[in-house]
Design a binder for this molecule. Structure first.
Ligand code: GLA
Length: 347
């Protein structure tokens, strides 16, 4: 509790969730479509006004502080300091924050614990200093904090999912213009998030390599963003040199899968939605090459044990899978998956 650490009561108490992505992977930095949903796990912050940045992280039992404007240190406080830093840069008067942080979002599975921490921090700062910011602006500021202060070149999906998503709804997001639409998740099904327990190996360098390959594909095609392409352009895409052809093909087909997926959800075609998840995994495995054998094995086990769809979720190279399972089948699904893949961690 805030009071135990700081000796006074907090002024505000906020939270923000992690996310799991249902469809639309590696499309957000290509101006494409994504379909995440918030997790029922949040990062909680109790906070008060302060001069400078001071925070206690319950998960690490660590107390840290930093001056506003001081450089990053490569630790968890970077996310909080980065939020104060972006607000300063935008001309907001934010002298600092004193925060007590507690997160329920697992930190290793690729479920956006960083976005949850950034969005929660910005929500706390918005309340503390009565900043005129809407939820989309909060997401954009959170992304800027991560890219420009923390130094991770992420897209906008995670921060938007955390800031404007709604529990129980899929958030369709067009990352080019940030328009969104909420579609209820299907009744009678459970979104199963299963961590492969393989830490994301080389995720950052692999992620940046893929971004570079998408930029090269655009340069060769004479376009500004892969968003400009559709399935009708596949002959041009297939004529690109290896592996740029497959990288671009993944992005274009994945965008189409998001559009088809929203339609399937709205029409109650859950089997079709599940098939799109499976197609997405195959495209991520074969064309985008961000899967690893363990994720493939886990997805196969999930499908074998009753999931209507399953795929890796997030950046890949390790981390978690997402599966859609009938609620009545969930217990036997879990048991079967654990038999075939004993390291699996069910959220
Ligand atoms: C990470 C990034 C997101 C997105 C996904 C891949 O989660 O933070 O912006 O690019 O990878 O879809």
């Amino acid at each position: 509790m805030f009071k135990d650490v700081f000796g006074t009561n907090p002024t505000v108490s906020v939270s923000a969730p992690g996310r799991v992505n249902l469809l639309g992977e590696h499309t957000d930095y290509n101006g494409g479509f994504v379909l995440p949903t918030p997790l029922p796990y949040q990062t909680y912050i109790e906070a008060a006004e302060a001069e400078g940045i001071e925070a206690y992280a319950e998960n690490f039992r660590e107390h840290k502080s930093r001056k506003v404007g001081e450089a990053k240190c490569g630790d968890w406080l970077d996310y909080i300091a980065g939020c104060v830093w972006v607000l300063h840069r935008q001309g907001h008067t934010v002298p600092g924050i004193r925060a007590y942080v507690h997160s329920q979002v697992p930190m290793t599975g690729g479920l956006s614990s960083s976005a949850a921490l950034e969005v929660a921090t910005l929500r706390a700062l918005r309340e503390l200093y009565r900043l005129p910011l809407d939820d989309v602006q909060i997401a954009l500021l959170a992304q800027q904090a991560e890219v420009e202060y923390v130094g991770v070149r992420c897209g906008i999906m995670d921060q938007m999912a955390s800031s404007v998503g709604r529990l129980g709804y899929a958030l369709y997001l067009d990352t080019q213009n940030l328009t969104t639409r909420l579609t209820p998740l299907p009744q009678g099904y459970r979104v199963a998030v299963v961590d492969s327990a393989v830490p994301r190996r080389l995720a950052e360098s692999g992620y940046n390599t893929r971004r570079g390959e998408c930029e090269q594909a655009c340069a060769l095609l004479g376009i500004a963003s892969l968003r400009e392409l559709s399935s009708a352009d596949l002959p041009r895409i297939n004529a690109l040199p290896e592996p740029l052809n497959r990288r671009a093909r993944h992005v274009v087909t994945e965008n189409q899968r998001v559009l088809d997926g929203v339609e399937a959800l709205e029409q109650g075609s859950i089997q079709h939605f599940g098939q799109l998840m499976v197609d997405s995994h195959h495209s991520l495995r074969d064309d985008y090459e961000v899967s690893i054998p363990e994720l493939d094995r886990l997805v196969e086990a999930e499908l074998r044990h009753g999931a209507v769809g399953a795929r890796l979720t997030g950046a890949g190279f390790g981390g978690s899978t997402v599966a859609l399972v009938e609620k009545s089948e969930y217990e036997s699904f879990k048991k079967g998956v654990l038999q075939d893949y004993p390291q699996a961690r069910f959220l």
